[in-house]
Write a protein that binds this ligand. Structure first.
Ligand code: GLC
Length: 749
């Protein structure tokens, strides 16, 4: 870039950025200078090489291509010596010495494995999520990884979709907050810190709306719903400085995201002023031929780059075709230059030109501090769904404990999906933890009952029942093996697999207190099992330290505080079910007559004409934001500084929260708002704030919340993003289904 242009760029960014410091502007300007200077030296082949990302099968083949400048980034090489070796070839043996970006899916931990993102969302604690991502970055950078493909912030409202495990749940605001926390954790304070790894907001966009919850399936999300529901977490990621974005596999309204210039250019670049890298998902460019959207690889390459993609993951249509496309004027050299600029900019920001080699010591892996961070995250991710007669926490009356179930000692499964580098040998399972941490208090009788979560062989149940008869209490660990959630792992039936339900029912039939602990990658349908259990804990695959976390919860050292980041259905057929539904013209009554109450020969309209299921009703088993504690909390004295506001005002909310029980505990208070009438129908409520509040037994506190009215804006009928004057209702409470409520109004200026 010519100096004069450089100064103008700097001035423009002051106007646009507004908040960038002079020093940051100078650093940015210096990097732009270096980018342009390097770009001007590159041949077209070298430019196309930078746009090419490979997952190497053979080191020598890769070395040849790197030497020729045909590779810009690699994924799935995790041996630090090998990474340094290939990097050395790039830096010292290629013509321009441009370093590679080394990438890997580090989704919820690298060696120390944290709860799956859905479990991290259940903490409602962005701080603990940020710390987890920071630990992952420190451990991953020790093997040369400087780019991860996380956070996955696809709003997910369908547990049939296995990738709900990787998301932060059903709510746009929760996904935005948690995604931002992960980005800050991965990227640290500065990308050129050797332990910083570039984050990747994925999958852009609406991938979680796959029809039928079947992975990779088409989505049909209109622009207004895109903007009001699916885009907000990605806007937050862009605002948080997320270094890269990844296009999603799905076609939305017939257009595959990898060639969707509306989201990739109009929204991401023009509206959001984004200057990071856009990378395809694995072969998603070439797969547009399968979609029937492109005729061949060349067509796919042209449609991808012309829509705004910078780098192609593994399918190599760019490097194989774009030289010809440029010669045919189907792709402009400006398009290529812009893509390569985005790639080089990130390499400079990561400091790879100055420090291309692995710098973090190997000793960071599984560091005690990291394990403790993971344990804290696991503790806060566990949700207490039921606790009758104070079954939990176990007291010293429990002398013999039957530990049962296929997930009680399943070190691999407990880590959950998307774990390539965590080692099961480091997993501390509940059985190990209970014996190690509480073996002096209780005698443990262990019976698996079933060999694995899908096991239909009931031969082991008798031994489990026998152990239960000898014990004072039973804790049974069920759920899903990790293979049953994650990418390409969709389920049509959300009930517990195998003979797990029978195992729980036979244990309950012994009359002993039964605590059911579910470890899964999604919310499962567990209505029957909850009914026969005295207490239920839900733990979305909790990772390496899940055992100690659950053990401390069972024995009361830790008071559970997790909340459901997704709505739990009563039946699979209720899906998709989520709290932020629209009201419809015939909303269900809470007391609808259900199927077994309907008389024979009932008249056509006798059960009413409302929007609900005859067999399941309309309410969930557990609502979004739900979670119990060993103590109880009381909300009172809700007040608003004013209930008449304009769009420029800030809503000031205050209420009292009291810990009315005998245990210290943490409550996640939640603020929901309903826009009662809009130019388009609006959700019955939307989460706008949440906060963890820790109180000692009997302690109370005054909680204050501020909500700028501007945050009530939405994309209305005319597709403008505005706050529409009118009446609103807010709730503060312990979950999305109940709370103290107040009305307020917003008037035009
Ligand atoms: C996969 C996933 C994506 C992942 C990428 C690289 O297919 O869709 O989330 O980051 O390929 O492994």
């Amino acid at each position: 870039m010519k100096p004069i242009k450089l100064i103008i760029t700097a001035l423009i960014s002051v106007c646009i950025g507004g908040c960038s410091s002079q020093k940051e502007l100078q650093a940015d300007a210096a990097i732009e200078n270096k980018v342009d200077s390097l770009l001007n030296q590159m041949t077209l082949e070298e430019k196309l090489g930078q746009m090419n990302q490979l997952s190497p099968w053979n080191f020598e083949d890769l070395a040849k291509r790197v030497r020729k400048g045909e590779v810009g980034s690699i994924l799935n090489m995790v041996n630090p010596e090998e990474v340094n070796k290939i990097q050395k070839i790039a830096v010292e043996e290629s013509r321009l010495g441009i370093p590679l970006i080394v990438s890997r899916d580090v989704i919820h931990g690298y060696k120390t494995i944290f709860p799956i993102p859905l479990g991290q969302a259940a903490t409602f604690n962005p701080e603990v999520v940020k710390e987890g991502a920071r630990v992952a970055a420190i451990e991953a950078s020790a093997d040369g990884i400087r780019w991860t493909f996380a956070p996955m912030i696809d709003v997910s409202r369908d547990p049939r979709w296995g990738r709900i495990a990787e998301s932060c749940g059903e709510d746009p605001y929760l996904n935005a907050i948690m995604g931002t926390a992960m980005i800050k954790g991965y990227q640290g304070d500065s990308l050129n810190d050797p332990t910083a790894i570039a984050a990747c907001a994925k999958h852009f966009v609406a991938y979680g709306a796959a029809e039928g919850g079947r992975d990779y399936n088409s989505t049909f999300i209109p622009e207004r719903v895109l903007r009001n529901v699916y885009l907000p977490p990605f806007k937050a990621a862009a605002d948080a400085g997320c270094a890269t974005f990844m296009t999603s596999f799905n076609d939305n309204d017939g257009v595959p995201s990898t060639a969707n210039s509306f989201v990739l250019k109009d929204v991401l670049r023009k509206e959001w002023k984004y200057d990071g890298i856009v990378v395809t998902d694995w072969a998603s460019a070439l797969e547009m031929v399968n979609h029937g959207f492109c005729t061949d690889g060349k067509d796919a390459a042209e449609k991808s780059v012309n829509a705004g993609v910078d780098m192609e993951m593994v399918s190599e249509t760019f490097i194989q075709n774009l030289k010809q496309s440029i010669a045919e004027n189907k792709v402009s050299i400006e398009t290529i230059d812009n893509a390569v600029r985005n790639i080089l900019r990130l390499k400079f920001r990561l400091g790879l030109f100055d420090n291309p080699y692995v710098a973090t010591p190997q000793t960071v892996k599984y560091a005690e501090k990291h394990l403790q961070t993971a344990k804290t995250a696991a503790e806060q991710s566990v949700i207490l769904l039921k606790n009758e007669n104070q079954t939990l926490p176990f007291t010293d009356k429990i002398k013999t404990l039957a530990v049962i179930g296929p997930m009680a000692d399943a070190p691999y499964e407990q880590m959950g999906t998307w774990v390539f580098d965590g080692e099961k040998e480091h997993t501390q399972t509940p059985l190990i933890a209970i014996k190690k941490m509480y073996g002096d208090k209780v005698k443990v009788l262990f019976e698996k009952g079933l060999e694995y979560s899908r096991d239909k062989n009931t031969a082991g149940i008798a031994r489990a029942v026998s152990a239960a008869h000898q014990a004072d209490a039973v804790v049974v660990f069920v759920g899903e093996e990790s293979i049953l959630s994650g990418e390409a792992h969709s389920l049509a039936n959300l009930n517990l697999q195998g003979a797990q339900s029978q195992l729980i029912k036979e244990l309950a039939a012994t009359g002993k207190p039964v605590v059911t602990v579910v470890m899964a990658g999604r919310q499962l349908v567990i209505a029957d099992e909850v009914k026969v259990s005295d207490a239920v804990l839900y733990s979305f695959h909790p990772g390496t330290m899940g055992g100690p976390a659950i053990a401390d919860i069972l024995f009361g050292k830790v008071n559970p505080s997790g909340k459901t980041p997704v709505t739990f259905p009563r039946m699979s057929g209720q899906v998709p079910i989520y709290y932020a539904q629209h009201k419809t013209g015939r909303p269900a009554n809470p007391t609808e007559m259900l199927i077994d109450e309907i008389p024979v020969e009932a008249g056509q309209t006798s059960v009413g004409c409302r929007s609900f299921y005859l067999d399941a009703g309309n309410s969930p088993l557990f609502p979004f934001g739900y979670g119990l504690s060993y103590t109880t909390f009381e909300y009172s004295n809700l007040s608003l500084a004013s209930d008449k506001l304009t769009a420029q005002d800030t809503l000031s909310i205050s209420f009292t929260l009291k810990n009315t029980g005998k245990y210290d505990g943490t409550e996640v208070i939640q603020l929901y708002v309903q826009d009662k009438v809009g130019s388009v129908t609006r959700p019955v409520k939307e989460l706008k704030r949440f906060q963890r509040v820790t109180l000692k037994a009997r302690e109370s506190t005054q909680v204050s919340l501020s909500l700028p009215v501007s945050e009530l804006a939405f994309w209305g009928y005319d597709m403008n993003y505005t706050v529409e004057p009118g009446d609103f209702t807010l709730w503060v409470g312990t979950n999305s289904a109940k709370g103290l409520t107040k009305d307020f109004s917003v008037s035009a200026l």
